[in-house]
Design a protein around this ligand. Structure first.
Ligand code: PBG
Length: 334
């Protein structure tokens, strides 16, 4: 029945009516707070391009995590900034590396808070790439004179995952985009008895300019070349479905799409195709641009953030990793 019998404005007349028919719920249960941890004590170093975010020493991380948990956020994901970087990313799988230290401290102080361990080598590599780098002479079409060695990298990723599992991580989250890493990590975990450890894979991670501020935050910018030979071409959605399918076959329990805002179509297609828990990473560049506009008074930060979070949920995301997790949890209760 067309107008005037049908009038869609009827159900928009009051807040109560609108809430009654609202299709998408946003709650703190779905939020994950990323935190950056570094060596030292009483360190709370602001990240210039991410106002309100800090590199924290473990003691400060505990305070931050306490406030995050108190706001109602169920999970944090950790990124480590080691004191020392080399060409085999030793810091990523050192038993006393910064991330395992932080995990142990968090699980002791806040046993209920879920601790997600991001598994990647870029923060620990002197060159900033996510895997072992080999020099190559001139291969046709190859750029930059180097190659990231996929299969050699898998062993290090599996080693790192085991160290984080041993330290008490609740979820292992590989973000490197090497082929076969979910299978390698699953096998390593199972062989050591961690058969119950969930894997949340960054399944479709695009080579994105929106990661700029994170690379400052994690001090992980590649020193030469770029990540386009391992992260995905942002023009491709069919390929994203293949990435997700492979990760699920290899044993991923949760699949992530990253970045978020410019990739809502991918989230929707993944949700419809796979019926798996889907996570989205609301990345540093998305944070930086809204922060910058809000500081100018050009956008209403809270309104924009809640709208964006709801859009992620509407697109099909179950889990949202966002630098606003703590603030959003608070706003949702107000
Ligand atoms: C590490 C990693 C990155 C992000 C999360 N894990 C950066 C990258 O791939 O360069 C980006 C997060 C963000 O931008 O907020 N591989």
């Amino acid at each position: 029945m067309p107008f005037p019998v049908t009038r869609l404005r009827r159900l928009r007349q009051s807040a109560a009516l609108r809430a009654l028919v609202r299709e998408t719920e946003l709650s703190a249960h779905h939020l994950v707070q990323p935190l950056f941890v570094r060596e030292g004590a009483r360190v709370r170093r602001p990240i210039r391009s991410m106002p309100g975010q800090f590199q924290l020493s473990v003691d400060e991380l505990l305070k931050e995590a306490e406030r995050t948990a108190a706001a109602g956020v169920p999970a944090v994901i950790l990124f480590g900034i080691p004191d020392h970087k080399d060409t085999k990313a030793s810091g990523a799988y050192a038993v006393n590396g910064i991330v395992p230290k932080a995990i142990r401290a968090l699980k002791q102080r806040l046993p209920e808070l879920l601790v997600i361990a991001d598994v990647c080598l870029c923060e620990y590599m002197s060159h900033g790439h996510c895997g072992i780098v080999r020099k190559i002479s001139k291969i046709r079409g190859a750029t930059g004179g180097f190659r990231v060695d996929n299969d050699a990298t898998l062993k290090l990723l599996a080693k790192a995952a085991l160290v984080y599992a041993d330290a008490g991580a609740d979820i292992i989250a590989p973000s490197d985009m090497m082929d076969g890493r979910v299978a390698a990590i699953r096998a390593a975990l199972d062989a050591r008895g961690f058969v119950q450890m969930p894997i949340m894979s960054y399944a479709a991670k695009f080579a994105s300019a929106f990661y700029g501020p994170f690379r400052e935050a994690a001090e992980s910018a590649p020193q030469f070349g770029d990540r386009k030979t391992y992260q995905m071409d942002y023009a491709n959605a069919e390929e994203a479905l293949r990435e997700v399918a492979l990760d699920i076959e290899e044993g991923a329990d949760i699949v992530m799409i990253k970045p978020g805002l410019a990739y809502l179509d991918v989230i929707r297609r993944v949700k419809e195709r796979f019926h798996h828990p889907v996570a989205v990473y609301n990345v540093s560049g998305e944070y930086a641009m809204i922060k910058a506009a809000s500081e100018q008074g050009w956008l209403d930060e809270k309104a924009v953030v809640l709208e964006m979070m709801t859009a992620f949920r509407r697109a099909g995301a179950d889990i949202i990793l966002t630098y606003w997790a703590r603030d959003a949890a608070r706003w949702l209760r107000e």
